[in-house]
Design a binder for this molecule. Sequence first.
Ligand code: NI
Length: 176
Amino acid sequence: MSKLTILEFPDPRLRTCAVPVTRFDAALSQLIDDLLETMYAAPGIGLAATQVDVHRQLLVLDVSEEKNRPLVLINPQLLAAEGEQVYQEGCLSVPGIYADVTRAHSIQVRALDRQGQAFELAADGLLAICIQHEMDHLVGKVFVDYLSVLKRAMVRKKLEKARRARVDAGQREHAL
Ligand code: NI
């Protein structure tokens, strides 16, 4: 397994629309394992393939306390959405930024597992938020898109400043 590099907002590659997964082979399995390792190491509770510059409809998540309930959703489709909830979201591609986003409270999703078998999932609360957030990534959307133009400009400025500070400190891993 290997840890993958996570793209950071406003990287234009985060705007790419992912295409459906059609091959369920060893390479896909490897990619899923790498996504999970990258998500757990970050640490995060969800990661879409888009965020590691792989533009296929694939996402992983784990909202459990013990970090032992990985979920893999391939070619996910939203079947139903109900109610509303507001949650202060963050994103591994927008480090250090948290903001309230309104999303559906409960959702029904159909997806394929790593073997290509279809399944349906009913989710509410944090799991529903996480799935909606990650599905947004697959269509090139980032949670800061829900913020006002002014607030988004502030986010951009804050991230640029943090990036410059990292470069000044000689931590160049994200500067290349
Ligand atoms: Ni995200």
